[in-house]
Design a protein around this ligand. Structure first.
Ligand SMILES: Cc1cc2nc3c(=O)[nH]c(=O)nc-3n(C[C@H](O)[C@H](O)[C@H](O)COP(=O)(O)OP(=O)(O)OC[C@H]3O[C@@H](n4cnc5c(N)ncnc54)[C@H](O)[C@@H]3O)c2cc1C
Ligand SMILES: *[C@@H]1O[C@H](CO)[C@@H](O)[C@H](O)[C@H]1NC(C)=O
Ligand SMILES: *[C@@H]1O[C@H](CO)[C@@H](O)[C@H](O)[C@H]1NC(C)=O
Ligand SMILES: *[C@@H]1O[C@H](CO)[C@@H](O)[C@H](O)[C@H]1NC(C)=O
Ligand SMILES: *[C@@H]1O[C@H](CO)[C@@H](O)[C@H](O)[C@H]1NC(C)=O
Length: 497
């Protein structure tokens, strides 16, 4: 096979222009005394490594600012050199968008910006966006305070708050972005502004759900909550034939629409069964009510319809011990050292509260998992995270008050399949397996089913991504994008265009 000449010419031109750009960039960075890692050598390869090893991107540089002013300087430099700029907080984005999701971006790694200040009298905390979730939880807990957020201690607060931020306390306290009172944001033109309900309110709206398309958050001011006096993580496990698994999930779906307490956080975990035709079915979650007895009473109506199972509790009753249990023993990431990596494909499916999944759809799905899933050579799980149900704070918020679009969610389902040894290469049938799993539900539910997807579990293979992620908010986001980022400085896969 011979390559067309035009391809070679294009490649040569690109290489020259990238080198020319990066020398102007490098001078600018060194004039401003900003730490940066540029192409070539082991430090560059370490700095550009993605959490998901399916992606291998080469940024023009990875910069390490220490202040919001330095972040602004870097954005302005990128602007004048015509290079797209992207923030990386914890680097855990599923499609490596923290590296720009493509080659040639200028990365702003925020890991040197790790201040957490708690004002104990007001309960407000100022958190710089280089912090990881575990470190945030630790710092707040030392003051008897807490914030709703996800369970992986290594996830960065910057990316997490940009698109949502769900954890087992979210039915009680909301998403991470619901706790934000104001943000310090670097705009595409390199200016630093405050976004809050009384300063740049339209930007504040967009930043809570689609932040990475609009600016770089350097710090957030959040409302914190007193740590609950009692907390525990619970877990029930079953092996079920696919039809019983479908019935169990249908029953769970009915149960959560009753008057369940907001202190109940829950998810259904599905995995490969121990024989063909069956699935692993787990119920796990956090409980922030009075006691394990109170948890048992809350779950009793659902458990009554299930075969008996033992319950395992983790944590020693304190809030921080539940964070530790969810983090597999890790709270402080600084102490624990670097995170592992993975090689995976993931998708999400947001199911609407008003249109519950039918038993027929659940049977099609469970059957698919019990056969195709059983045969798949990937390491997979499916997680039905409970966003809605009785007394959910997430859904009590007016959907139009933030850009986050799926306030009527019952479940946000995460579908996740790693290569069998968690290393590259990624098998092609991992994609088809997960696409087929979503399809099993959506095709049975039909065209009128108003499902969505979750920006923090991004999938770069979706056809109708913008409407699934942003729903009715996309039009307003597009118009704000042209106002705040007219030249397209913050552009990456699934960004607002
Ligand atoms: C192991 C694991 C567990 C997870 N568990 C949960 C969970 O329980 N609940 C949940 O809701 N989600 C969960 N997630 C998803 C997680 O919320 C997202 O991956 C999140 O975007 C990661 O943030 P990050 O800062 O680590 O990633 P990054 O890759 O650094 O950033 C993610 C995106 O946000 C942008 N961004 C980063 N920092 C900023 C900033 N300061 N300003 C503007 N944009 C920024 C990046 O450019 C990128 O587009 C999990 C992910 C993993 C890998
Ligand atoms: C990105 O650059 C690397 C070389 O650093 C190259 O191997 C890879 O193919 C490029 N990816 C894309 C999508 O162009
Ligand atoms: C940023 O952090 C790195 C690693 O901790 C450190 O080597 C570097 O000096 C820091 N840079 C600045 C400008 O503080
Ligand atoms: C419970 O957990 C807390 C926080 O990790 C710890 O300080 C305390 O010592 C633990 N208590 C027991 C009895 O293990
Ligand atoms: C930067 O962009 C913002 C938002 O569009 C605008 O209000 C501001 O005037 C711009 N600043 C400069 C210096 O151009």
């Amino acid at each position: 096979m011979t390559r067309p000449t035009s391809y070679l010419l294009t490649f040569a031109t690109l290489t020259i222009s990238v080198l020319a750009q990066s020398s102007g960039l490098q001078n600018g960075l060194s004039d401003a005394h900003i730490a940066a890692v540029v192409p070539g050598g082991a430090p560059y390869d370490a700095a550009r490594r993605a959490y998901n090893l399916r992606y291998d991107f080469s940024p023009v540089a990875v910069t390490y600012p220490s202040t919001a002013e330095q972040v602004a300087t870097i954005v302005a430099l990128g602007n004048s050199e015509n290079i797209q700029v992207v923030a990386r907080s914890g680097g855990h984005n599923y499609i490596a968008n923290g590296l720009g999701g493509k080659n040639g971006s200028l990365v702003i790694d925020l890991s040197n910006m790790t201040r957490v200040d708690v004002d104990v009298s007001s309960g407000t905390a100022t958190i710089e966006t280089g912090n990881r979730l575990g470190d945030v939880a630790f710092a707040l807990n030392n003051q008897g305070r807490a914030l709703p957020h996800g369970s992986c201690p290594y996830v960065g607060i910057g990316g997490h708050v940009s698109g949502g931020g769900f954890g087992f306390t979210s039915r009680m306290w909301g998403l991470t972005l619901d706790a934000v009172q104001s943000m310090s944001v670097v705009l595409a033109n390199g200016t630093i502004v405050t976004a809050s309900s009384n300063s740049n309110a339209d930007l504040f709206w967009a930043m809570r759900g689609a932040a990475s398309s609009f600016g770089i958050i350097t710090s957030i001011d959040v409302k914190t909550f007193p740590t609950p006096p009692f907390a525990t993580i619970y877990e029930y496990d079953w092996q079920l034939d696919y039809s019983s698994a479908a019935t169990a999930l249908a029953k769970f779906q009915e149960y959560v629409m009753t008057d369940i307490p907001p202190q109940l956080g829950a998810e259904i975990n599905l995995g490969r069964g121990n024989s063909e035709g069956s699935v692993y079915f787990g119920l796990t979650g956090g409980w922030y009510g009075e006691s394990t007895d109170a948890l048992q009473s809350a779950l009793a109506p659902f458990l009554a319809s299930m075969p008996s199972a033992n319950v395992r509790y983790s944590g020693n009753g304190t809030y921080i011990s539940t964070i530790e249990a969810l983090g597999n023993g890790i709270v402080n990431t600084n102490v624990a050292g670097p995170d592992t990596t993975d090689t995976f494909y993931a998708k999400s499916l947001v199911t609407p509260e008003g249109q519950p999944m039918t038993l027929e759809a659940l049977e099609a799905f469970m059957k698919y998992l019990a056969y195709d899933g059983y045969a798949s050579n990937t390491a997979w799980f499916m997680q039905f995270e409970l966003y809605g149900g009785g007394n959910s704070f997430i859904n009590s918020i007016n959907v139009d008050s933030t850009a986050f679009a799926t306030r009527s969610a019952l479940f946000t389902v995460q579908l996740y399949a790693s290569s069998s040894n968690y290393e590259p290469p990624y098998p092609e049938d991992g994609f088809t397996f997960l696409d087929g799993a979503v399809e099993a539900i959506t095709s049975t539910m039909g065209d009128d089913w108003d499902y969505g997807a979750y920006v923090n579990y991004p999938d770069d293979r979706l056809n109708n991504a913008q409407s699934l992620y942003y729903k009715s908010h996309y039009t307003r986001l597009e118009s704000l994008k042209s106002q705040y980022d007219p030249t397209g400085v913050f552009v990456f896969p699934i960004s607002v265009q």
